[in-house]
Design a binder for this molecule. Structure first.
Ligand code: SAM
Ligand code: SF4
Length: 453
């Protein structure tokens, strides 16, 4: 028995990939362990989206090198692999900067890990694999064998053809690719058998999904969601991350038609200024985004909206930033992520002349985050006193406590509910905490009514 420690950085797609790498290495005798100390192999599954995320990897590699050296002194060994988007973007440079690294593997080629491990253990040296191979990675991966838990991720789409001028994804994840419907349905049924009750469909541009359907035609994300809603055992569906340009009428309508599709939409807008959106190559205006919001809210009036924002994009003026603040005030977000613009090598915006000073970026981020936090608190407060169906996901910190998710993705703590993991129960929301809600179970007789939102 060998031990494997996988450390995951970045997005949910990396969380999914990490689990698949663990599945892939299980037949080689690798079982998961909690830390690098007792690991025979460590995989850092990395993120390249912002400078800070990428730099974290090199500081972690420095620590791992020391651990590897101390293991070698006592006659042991440890393989170090760098996977994910830093591996794809920096390839050879990682090996040059950190000689303790044995394997570098990009997100499209990690199905080749077993042969790479065999090569370095047999012949020594280092192995690098950052092609976008022609064969389908998903066909080569084994069936998932790790218990996904009640809430599972399922990657249905990868890559991006949109080339926003700030973003590395089109370079690290390659062009848009959608998995066939039959493959996805098979994986969803298997996840349900393993105990999943909620599936979040993942893709860098998930609503650009256009995989081969069971009739041989190309299916939209809406059609895929309808098919998945019929999978027995799956009670909830979500999808992320979407692009406003691909928010079709059919997908918007699906929010009103599919009961299992949760009333939560993460639709990043990045900026409220048309000049900035244009410079970012987002290919829509702020008003087009507002109209999408109106239509989505028409289809599903209680939907909770989330977004990503970038402040301090090159050339962003005070007026541009104010346009973002106005958009936020108008839309009203239940939750959101906001970042300072980070210059990424190889992207067009990184060489733009009008870079914004760091102190201006910080001040704008602070103002935006204060507004977003107040909106999140207002949204959470509006749930106080309501009864919501909660899918219990994991034990809480206190004995007997369970933590679950509301339909709006809020974490909900409930005492005395640990035995209910994997089940959906009606919970009366009593308190709003800074990052979560606290509630109590509703008696069985009120359950039926409460579960219908
Ligand atoms: N595909 C999604 C979309 O089009 O909105 C976004 C995917 S990206 C992995 C996640 C978020 O990271 C983006 O929405 C953006 O807000 C942020 N991001 C990407 N590149 C960035 C950069 N160079 N600086 C700061 N934030 C960035
Ligand atoms: Fe990056 Fe999303 Fe733009 Fe693609 S659409 S380039 S993933 S921000």
């Amino acid at each position: 028995m060998k031990r494997l420690f996988v450390k995951t950085y970045g997005c949910q797609m990396n969380v999914y990939d990490s689990a698949r790498m663990a599945d892939l290495l299980a037949p080689l005798g690798y079982a998961a362990t909690e830390g690098p100390e007792d690991a025979d192999m460590v995989i850092l599954n990395t993120c390249h989206i912002r400078e800070k995320a990428a730099e974290k990897v090199y500081s972690e590699l420095g620590k791992l090198r020391k651990l590897k050296e101390s293991k070698a002194r006592s006659g042991g060994g440890m393989l170090i692999a760098v996977a994910g988007c830093v591996a794809q973007a920096e390839g050879e440079e990682i090996i040059a900067r950190q000689s303790a690294v044995d394997l570098v593997v990009g997100p499209q080629s990690y199905h080749r890990l077993p042969e790479m491990i065999a090569k370095v253990t047999r012949a020594g040296g280092q192995a690098l694999e950052t092609d976008f191979p022609a064969e389908d990675k998903f066909d080569a991966l084994p069936q998932q064998n790790s218990n996904a838990g009640p809430c599972a991720f399922l990657t249905v789409q990868e890559g991006c053809d949109k080339f926003c001028t700030f973003c590395v994804v089109p370079y690290t994840r390659g062009s848009e690719f959608s998995r066939p419907v039959a493959q996805i349905l098979k994986e969803a049924r298997h996840l349900a058998d393993l105990g999943a009750r909620e599936i979040t469909l993942l893709g860098q541009n998930v609503n650009a999904y256009g995989g081969e359907g069971t009739d041989g035609e190309s299916w939209s994300l809406a059609a895929l969601l309808h098919a998945l809603s019929r999978v027995e055992g799956i009670e909830r569906l979500r999808y992320t991350t979407s692009h406003p340009r691909d928010m079709s009428e059919e997908l918007i309508a699906a929010h009103g038609e599919i009961e299992k599709l949760m009333p939560y939409l993460h639709l990043p807008v990045q900026s409220g200024s048309d000049a900035v959106l244009n410079a970012m190559n987002r290919q829509h205006t702020a008003d087009e985004y507002r109209r999408i919001m109106d239509r989505v809210r028409n289809a599903r009036p209680d939907i909770a909206i989330s977004s990503d924002f970038i402040v301090g994009f090159p050339g962003e003026t005070d007026e541009d930033f104010e346009a973002t603040m106005s958009l936020v005030r108008e839309v009203g977000y239940a939750q959101a992520f906001s970042f300072k613009y980070s210059r990424r090598p190889g992207t067009p915006a990184s060489t733009a002349r009008k870079q914004i000073p760091e102190d201006v970026k910080s001040a704008r981020l602070e103002a935006l985050q204060a507004l977003l936090v107040s909106q999140q608190q207002r949204f959470n407060k509006s749930c106080e006193g309501r009864t919501l169906p909660v899918l219990f996901e994991k034990p809480g910190r206190k004995p007997g406590q369970a933590v679950g998710r509301s339909p709006y993705l809020q974490p909900v703590h409930v005492d005395g509910a640990e035995q209910l993991l994997g089940e959906i129960h009606a919970v009366r929301i009593a308190d709003v905490l800074p990052n979560s809600l606290r509630g109590s179970l509703v008696s069985a007789k009120n359950r039926e009514a409460a579960l219908t939102l």
